[in-house]
Design a binder for this molecule. Structure first.
Ligand code: CA2
Length: 150
């Protein structure tokens, strides 16, 4: 089976993108993010499994699914679980494929409690502060890491 599937996971409240706090998170919706991810991945011959959940255990299930399906890589915006979830960290630690962490905002320029990320312990790279373009950058970087050519 060819390893051409990327998982793009989104944590709690990201389903609200584009509907509230546009000054912080912009006006693009999560649907726009999905379209951007699919278009970027397609340039490298990659497919995207795009998910969002408000529930920690569901995100753990998605990570386990990515492992079982032998995903070529995983992009995750853990949102509010970034700073709290050892369960998500534990699940990510079982993956061999590269993991890229994305944050729409620059978490280092916000409240100090947003700065500590459990996910960063296992992420090969982090994109933060680029708005939704960070997802496209993450996929381009992942493609380079796994040798997928444009
Ligand atoms: O900048 C990011 O992408 C964050 O991961 C977003 C999280 C926040 O807890 C992280 O510190 C940084 C919050 C996601 C909430 O998404 C909303 C989107 C629109 C309106 C309200 C919330």
């Amino acid at each position: 089976m060819p390893k051409n599937k990327l998982y793009v996971l989104n944590g709690p409240n990201l389903n609200l993108l584009g509907t509230r706090e546009p000054e912080l998170y912009g006006r693009a919706t999560l649907g726009d993010v999905e379209t951007l991810c699919r278009a970027t991945a397609k340039r490298f011959g990659l497919e995207v499994e795009f998910r969002q959940s408000n529930h920690e255990g569901e995100i753990v299930d998605c990570i386990q699914e990515a492992r079982a399906k032998k995903a070529a890589g995983l992009v995750i915006n853990p949102a509010g679980f970034t700073t709290t979830s050892i369960a998500i960290l534990d699940a990510l630690q079982t993956l061999e494929a590269p993991i890229i962490e994305v944050h729409i905002t620059n978490i280092h320029a916000r409240e100090s409690f947003r700065r500590h990320s459990y996910v960063s312990l296992v992420a090969r790279a982090v994109a933060c502060g680029f708005g939704i373009e960070g997802y496209a950058l993450a996929i381009r970087g992942l493609a380079a890491m796994i040798g997928a050519k444009e």
